[in-house]
Design a protein around this ligand. Structure first.
Ligand SMILES: C[S@@+](CC[C@H](N)C(=O)[O-])C[C@H]1O[C@@H](n2cnc3c(N)ncnc32)[C@H](O)[C@@H]1O
Length: 280
């Protein structure tokens, strides 16, 4: 098995800064941080990017240790902390989460590495690692839970992206524009994952789903999305700044309204090349 290090998904700083425009995402994190983080807390943030969540925690008066795998982002986050008058409250560290050894455990861990079905980014491995290695026994992690959903779709554009005149490329997952896809069945929950549990094992998802086809068409793939509970009733949805992930089938399948479609979806979250989708 590959190590987490090889699956690290460090964002370029331009991408990390672009997340500043997802205002409802930031407002929801701000609400959760305001409710949970106290001035005597030590907060560890994994994947600080622009520094926004670390800065919000420092504004609560907490001491913050913020890490990121991208050195350029840390430079930017440091400058942002200075501008906001909290530079003395935050220690920025250049590290992969799995190499990080904190001197002091955290009352609160912040980790926003969410992606449409948790296939690409390190939310699940990073959160599990943090709960085991960085969090105090009564500490809290934000987000606390993710629910994954999938739906079989027709998407000619992403299906055909990989055929260029006489050239053919292997099909891999791609982020999708919602209006490109035609939903051929109702949404189903793929998995509900608690992020507060201690575990050393890499997590695996392996689900058989039975869809009732509501519209005739051609299934090109499965569209994946999520919902994530930050704290109590504060929940992030795709509308807070994410795009769905189109996961292509090995072969397209023609379906008729009123029939059933059995799909098996398996992958290890954070390991993009572990995905396997089968029509049964
Ligand atoms: C989605 S961004 C979130 C940035 C920021 N926390 C925010 O809310 O805007 C995820 C960040 O995690 C960092 N990251 C990804 N994989 C990582 C890893 N394995 N170890 C440490 N940082 C990582 C990326 O470089 C990126 O800055």
């Amino acid at each position: 098995m590959m190590s987490e290090k090889e699956y690290a998904t460090p964002f370029p700083i331009l991408q990390a800064a672009s997340l500043l425009s997802h205002r409802t995402r930031i407002q929801k994190f701000r609400q959760a941080i305001t409710k949970i983080v106290k001035s005597d807390h030590h907060v560890i943030e994994l994947g600080t990017g622009s520094g926004i969540l670390a800065i919000l925690a420092a504004r609560q008066g907490a001491r913050v240790t913020a890490i990121d795998a991208n050195a350029e982002s840390l430079k930017y986050a440091r400058a942002a902390a200075e501008r906001n008058g909290v530079a003395k409250k935050i220690e920025f560290i250049h590290s992969n989460f799995s190499d990080f050894e904190p001197e002091e455990k955290a009352d609160v861990v912040l980790c926003e590495m969410l992606s449409s079905v948790m296939l690409i980014e390190q939310q699940i491995p990073a959160s599990r690692y943090a709960v085991k290695h960085f969090l105090k026994p009564n500490g809290r992690i934000i987000p606390q839970e993710v629910k994954l959903f999938v739906i079989p779709v027709q998407n000619e554009i992403l299906w055909n992206r990989f055929n260029i005149e006489d050239l053919k490329f292997p099909r891999i997952p791609q982020t999708a524009e919602r209006e490109q896809s035609i939903d051929l069945a109702d949404l189903q929950e793929l998995e509900k994952i608690s992020l507060t549990k201690v575990s050393d094992q890499p997590m695996s998802i392996d689900k058989h789903l039975n869809f009732e086809i509501v519209q005739s068409g051609t299934v090109h793939g499965i569209l994946g999305m999520f919902e994530s509970k930050l704290y109590e009733d504060i929940t992030l949805t795709m509308d807070d700044g994410w795009r769905e992930l189109f996961m292509p089938l090995p072969e397209s399948v023609d379906v008729k309204a009123g029939t059933k479609l059995d799909v098996r979806v398996s992958f290890r979250p954070g390991e993009y090349d572990s995905l396997n989708i089968e029509i049964e």
